[in-house]
Design a protein around this ligand. Structure first.
Ligand code: SAH
Ligand code: SF4
Ligand code: F3S
Length: 447
């Protein structure tokens, strides 16, 4: 009798959290593919489901439990299904997750991704395991994620964080900061551009403290060599910690043509008292000085920020200082968050806690203010000529394509799908809160 053709096993990955987690999910996928898995968008058809989790605030952690709950019936339907939790909640909770969720097969921390093959073997033989080592592995060439579909790809330059901002769980779940050898970064970028990527984002919790473990070269030097990789049109990076933002990085943004004019520089608060309690290592004046330097050297740069409202002890005057900082920095985009207590983080024990009602009101005020600023800044773009990397058809509106300017601003304009993947010159015609409208000023564009 002819042997029955076995269909390949399939894997579904659900990802929460920051770009670091998205990158880790591509690493996990690359390992699964090597093991013969194919990717499956529908979890109910998958043989392996992995939830890559985020623990930075309370809300995303709740989501993990509700997603796990929604997969419970799949386990009943398909007893061979392997269900796993990866990422920062895995690291934080470890074995507790196995105890609390009896239908869960494996728990894998972010530093254990390379051990996935072994973990899957154990899970298949019925051994439930929590694997959450404390040390970041060296992400050498072997760990390269050389296949990321599309025009845009991400490359990790460092893992972990040593800053211990008092509200933050990341240093505890991601471990000590470890820079990746520049050779491995370069090799990965080159493989990605050879595969069609044109825009690369270099990732780290605090890229400014990057140091090549082999040569000792800093981040600005890394940018200069990565920018020379053939067929790389655009290079960006995130996130920058204000305390480590060096003049050489701003000069790199001014001088390296491939480097996008975009800086995400979270302030977190505008009050020196709160910044100190947050252990951020800079003052309001120091922050604004860096912003001024950026605006002087790279006048068309887009600036992004993060702000936390309702940190323990934040009074109305502190909050108004944050509002004032936002007015002065004039962010293109601002991510604002309601403070939440995190495990291990020092601020957990700080008092007085701010009530929910106050936190929500402050968040709404900040967001209203930012909406006005975004609209003003975007309206001021009208009439400017910009180069847009076209990423795809616009979600809303037929016959429109969408892309980004060199400063990372989203632009929509009339055009067909043949423009996708090319650089197109446009004139900005309208500014909206979250995007710009434009018209094409030449035919086609370079590829
Ligand atoms: N390494 C990055 C940030 C990573 S976390 C940096 O330092 O910029 C992303 C954002 O989540 C932070 O910038 C902060 O604004 C927010 N955040 C982190 N911990 C938080 C908490 N406990 N409560 C509310 N927001 C928090
Ligand atoms: Fe968290 Fe601060 Fe590290 Fe960012 S720099 S990950 S906010 S500890
Ligand atoms: Fe979340 Fe972990 Fe990133 S806690 S923000 S997924 S580093």
């Amino acid at each position: 009798m002819e042997a029955k053709q076995l269909s390949p096993r399939s894997v579904h990955i659900t990802t929460f959290g920051c770009q670091m987690n998205t990158y880790d999910s591509s690493r996990i996928m690359a390992i699964c593919e090597e093991l013969g898995f194919v990717s499956e968008a529908d979890p109910s058809k998958a043989d392996l489901i992995l939830i890559n989790t985020c623990s930075v605030r309370e809300k995303p952690v709740h989501k993990v439990y509700s997603v796990l709950g929604s997969f419970k019936h799949l386990k009943r339907k398909n007893p061979g299904l392997i269900l796993g939790v990866a990422g920062c909640v895995a690291q934080q909770e470890g074995k507790k997750l196995l105890d609390q969720v009896p239908y869960l097969d494996l728990v894998m921390g972010p530093k254990a991704i390379e051990d996935l093959p072994e973990l899957l073997q154990d899970a298949a033989s019925g051994k439930r395991r929590s694997h959450t080592p404390n040390t970041n592995p060296i992400l050498g060439l072997k760990a390269a994620v050389t296949r990321q579909p599309g025009l845009k790809a991400m490359v990790t330059v460092m893992q972990g964080c040593d800053n211990f901002c008092s509200y933050c769980v990341v240093p505890y779940v991601r471990g000590r900061e470890k820079s990746r050898p520049a050779d491995a970064v370069l090799e990965e970028v080159a493989a990605l551009t050879a595969g069609g990527a044109r825009e690369i984002t270099l990732l780290g919790q605090n890229v400014n403290s990057y140091r090549d473990p082999e040569s000792g070269a800093g981040f600005a030097e890394l940018l200069a060599v990565v920018a020379r990789v053939p067929d790389l049109w655009r290079l960006r990076f995130t996130t920058s910690h204000p305390k480590d933002l060096s003049p050489s990085l701003i000069e790199a943004m001014r001088d390296i043509p491939q480097l996008m004019s975009l800086l995400h520089l979270p302030a977190q608060s505008g009050s020196d008292r709160i910044l100190k309690a947050m252990n951020r290592g800079y003052t309001r004046a120091g922050y604004l000085e860096r912003v001024a330097r950026l605006k002087k050297e790279v006048p068309d740069a887009a600036l992004g920020g993060d702000m936390i409202v309702g940190f323990p002890g934040e009074d109305e005057a502190d909050f108004q200082l944050s509002m004032e900082l936002v007015r002065q920095a004039r962010y293109d985009f601002l991510h604002s968050f309601i403070y939440s207590d995190r495990p291990f983080a020092k601020a957990r024990k700080m008092e007085p806690k701010i009530g929910d009602k106050v936190k929500k009101r402050r968040l709404a005020e900040l967001q209203d203010l930012q909406r006005d600023i975004s609209l003003e800044l975007h309206t001021a773009q009208v009439g400017k000529m910009e180069e847009v990397l076209v990423e795809g058809s616009a979600k809303k509106g037929q016959g429109l394509v969408t892309g980004r300017t060199r400063a990372g601003r989203a632009v929509n304009f009339a055009g067909g799908p043949e423009l996708v993947g090319s650089l197109v010159q446009v004139e900005i015609t309208e500014g909206r809160i979250n995007s710009l409208m434009a018209r094409q000023v030449d035919q086609g564009g370079s590829t």
